[in-house]
Design a protein. Structure first.
Length: 276
């Protein structure tokens, strides 16, 4: 991802971040606001998304080129298929369900409006998602989720070097129990590559827990308020969180289903950036 850099001076006729970006990019305020909303702007290495933010003389403003385009669905994205379930590799920058979502694409591809996501990933999170092909199949698998009988393993790139190879985070999230198990795959001076599995499914659990120990996910836009010192990491357009593997005993055949989704290209590129 490319970064455009600008320095604010008192001679500028625009002193709000929104106006300054629109001026320097020679673009509309609508486009400038979209860049801010996507968390693609840094001021003095710190991610800022407030349009009315007032710039001061000498402020360094960086704008990341427009983020990843949502991928068009293709057949290789189907990792598992039978009469009851589909497991699909979700690309980043696409919703799991709702209008213009992965679920919507599957309904159109198979001509079946019964297809329904059993669980969800954040828009910017990539990886394996399970879809049911009937209401009954949905309820059966949803029941396995409620009983914590579906195992999900994530791959994550975080800021900073982690020394401890295996550990568990059990900090409460919004007053509720939350348990996250972490294994370090590899560390470098600036970042660490982790394998993570969770016992609970709280909102943004992995992102919240990793930020709470001072190692936020690379590309994190919500739970990391500290300056991003390394320019290559500022160019990362999304959180580096990937649903790598999902496993469960099939409700109908009773056989183990275990599916792996390879990390997408932007994730692999970030690993190279971080010498991982």
């Amino acid at each position: 991802m490319s970064i455009k850099e600008f320095t604010f001076s008192e001679k500028e006729c625009a002193n709000t971040l929104l106006d300054f970006i629109a001026l320097k990019l020679d673009s509309s305020k609508k486009r400038a606001k979209r860049l801010l909303d996507k968390r693609l702007v840094f001021v003095n290495k710190k991610r800022i998304w407030i349009a009315s933010h007032i710039l001061k003389r000498g402020d360094k403003v960086e704008v990341i080129a427009e983020g990843i385009k949502a991928s068009v669905f293709h057949k290789d994205a189907i990792l598992y298929e039978d009469n009851y379930y589909l497991i699909v590799a979700k690309s980043p920058n696409i919703l799991t369900n709702g209008p213009r979502s992965l679920e919507d694409m599957l309904k159109k591809r198979f001509g079946d409006n019964r297809i329904q996501a059993v669980h969800r990933l954040d828009k910017d999170t990539s990886g394996a998602v399970i879809f049911a092909r009937s209401k009954e199949a949905f309820e059966h698998l949803k029941n396995l989720f409620k009983k914590n009988l579906v195992k999900k393993i994530y791959r994550v790139i975080v800021k900073g070097q982690l020394e401890t190879q295996l550990f568990t985070i059990n900090t409460l999230i919004h007053g509720q129990n939350a348990v996250t198990h972490v294994k370090v795959i590899k560390s470098s001076k600036y970042a660490s590559y982790l394998e993570v599995n969770i016992e609970t499914g709280r909102t943004h659990q992995i992102r919240v827990h990793l930020a709470s120990i001072g190692h936020p996910v690379v590309g994190e836009a919500e739970y990391d308020r500290k300056p991003v010192e390394i320019s290559r990491l500022r160019s990362v357009p999304r959180q580096m969180l990937h649903a790598y593997k999902v496993s469960f005993n099939h409700p109908y055949t009773l056989k183990l289903v275990s599916v792996t989704a390879k990390v997408p290209d932007d994730f692999s590129q970030c690993l190279r950036y971080c010498s991982l």
